[in-house]
Design a protein around this ligand. Structure first.
Ligand code: SF4
Length: 123
């Protein structure tokens, strides 16, 4: 009986640890996304020429997953079409920083880099 109770407790502790790890991962993703958003804007102000040069090396296409549009907070202009593909409701006048994503190999939300359709040829 004691063994059964301790097994139950171990299971509860294990579930608690798993839940805590999941929350910590979400906080980590959120914070790193906010930091990248701030950093990439600041970097753009001082390194425009370098950014436009590196953009020439960008390959692939946007897969319209829309995940970069809610890497931290969900963009209010993000929508989805009938096929589930992301749709920018203000595409014709969307912020310039959106169209530049990712502007070099460092300009990725780290959790989205493996699945983004854009790649840099030296990767
Ligand atoms: S994460 Fe990459 S593929 Fe997905 S919407 Fe953003 S730019 Fe496009």
């Amino acid at each position: 009986m004691t063994e059964f109770i301790s097994k139950l407790e171990i299971k509860k502790i294990h579930q608690f640890v798993q839940k805590t790890q999941q929350i910590a991962q979400k906080v980590d993703i959120f914070c790193s996304a906010i930091l990248l958003q701030a950093w990439r804007r600041m970097y753009y102000v001082f390194n425009k020429r370098e950014i436009y040069t590196s953009l020439k090396r960008r390959q692939g296409n946007c897969l319209r997953c829309g995940r970069c549009c809610h890497a931290s907070f969900k963009c209010q202009h993000l929508g989805y079409d009938e096929n589930g593909l992301s749709l920018c409701k203000v595409y014709d006048r969307k912020p310039h920083m959106c169209s530049l994503y990712p502007y070099n190999e460092s300009d990725y939300f780290y959790h989205l880099k493996p699945t983004c359709g854009y790649k840099y040829n030296d990767e």
